[in-house]
Design a protein around this ligand. Structure first.
Ligand SMILES: [Zn+2]
Ligand SMILES: [Zn+2]
Length: 382
């Protein structure tokens, strides 16, 4: 194809301004417009004018044209312009990894991971039941459980000792194979884990006799655990590296011990506070007394003032549960339950009648209770 002088096509000088180029283009495109000009070569000329203006009307394209000349003409693409631009674009934007990413986004591949990258092992859970007191004071214990450990024969690579895994011949080490399916919508490509190496990218020619190539073996594992004082029901404790073995040199997962604390017959617990109900006689409540109250740390003295009402709560500082962080303890909250005496003997009944009299009270009860009460009390006493 003959060389084209684009400036010549528009009839402007090489140093023409963009304005001059635009004016020349308008004039010529009107002149050769096929609707207006019925000359046989008008359409061809019109096309030439369009092409020339496509390049010269655009400053960047004009610069390229000036630099690389008109050797290939507007249709063929300019050496530097076409090739250079396309090259830069292909390499930077769309080549290699860029396209893979787009591909994977499209097909839900989730990103192509290196199949040989180290992957940590799974975490495990262990349910541990503690008594109420064990949770409060902590304990040392040894637990035994079964886990997938690194094979002791092959060290985890799955190959027979003296051999090593090789790059998978099927997928070339990528761990994926691409299949093409013809569908009514066109050819569909999909990626699937390689059926030979199951996505690992490595093939084991001679498998380890102990693990059969998995690199893992079941192990009865024993760990000594120190449970800190103050753990609570539902809390968990993480022992790093006591989970299952990783693959491709990845570390062990973790073990999570989940505590289940059995309730106490005597105490209720809320965080680091302990709640306890203390029964006292109505005489103790009325006259006041010094009593010994049960706590998880042993019996503790409590002064009950005269005239204490049922439901009154006293706080025994520091007699609760140790804080997991820090040296202090929570408290024990003691709720007073005033007991009404039952099955009074004659002496008690007389004393109470005297008491009522001294209080100016008139009481109609006999103090004997009914037959049902008597039977129930007898039953409970035995
Ligand atoms: Zn092995
Ligand atoms: Zn493979």
């Amino acid at each position: 194809m003959a060389q084209k002088d684009l400036y010549g096509v528009l009839g402007v000088a090489k140093d023409a301004s963009q304005d001059e180029i635009k004016k020349a283009y308008r004039k010529l495109s009107k002149k050769y417009h096929p609707d207006l000009n019925k000359a046989p070569d008008a359409a061809e000329k019109f096309k030439e004018v369009q092409e020339a203006y496509d390049v010269l009307g655009d400053q960047q394209k004009r610069q390229n044209y000036d630099q690389y000349g008109s050797a290939d003409g507007a249709q063929g693409g300019f050496g530097g312009f076409g090739g250079g631009q396309a090259g830069g674009f292909g390499g930077g934007g769309f080549g290699g990894g860029g396209f893979d990413d787009i591909f994977n986004q499209f097909f839900g591949g989730g990103g192509r991971r290196n199949p040989n990258a180290p992957r940590p092992g799974r975490d495990l859970q262990y349910q541990m039941t503690l008594t109420f007191e064990e949770a409060i004071f902590g304990k040392k214990t040894t637990i035994t459980y079964t886990r997938e450990a690194q094979c002791h024969t092959c060290g985890g690579n799955g190959a027979k000792p003296g051999t090593s895994p090789v790059t998978c011949h099927e997928c070339g080490g990528s761990g994926y194979v691409t299949t093409v399916t013809n569908t009514p919508l066109g050819r569909m490509q999909s990626q699937q884990p390689c059926p030979v190496c199951h996505g690992t990218g490595q093939e084991i020619k001679e498998k380890c006799p102990t693990c059969g190539g998995s690199g893992h073996e079941e192990q009865k594992h024993e760990v000594e655990v120190t449970i800190p004082a103050g753990v609570d029901d539902g809390q968990q404790m993480c022992l790093q590296g006591q989970g299952e073995a990783g693959t491709h040199g990845g570390g062990y997962g973790d073990l999570f011990i989940i505590f289940q604390v059995t309730p106490s017959k005597d105490f209720r617990r809320d965080g680091t506070d302990i709640y306890f109900d203390q029964p006292i006689s109505f005489v103790q409540a009325a006259l006041g007394d010094e009593i010994m109250v049960k706590t998880v740390h042993g019996k503790v003295k409590l002064k009950v003032p005269a005239g204490t009402q049922g439901g009154t709560t006293f706080r025994l500082r520091g007699q609760g549960v140790p804080h997991l962080r820090g040296n202090s303890n929570g408290d024990e909250r003691v709720t007073i339950k005033v007991q009404t005496p039952k099955n009074l003997n004659k002496g008690q009944r007389d004393a109470l009648r005297d008491f009522a009299k001294a209080s100016g009270e008139t009481v109609s009860g006999t103090g004997k209770g009914n037959l049902f009460d008597k039977m129930r009390d007898k039953f409970n006493d035995n």
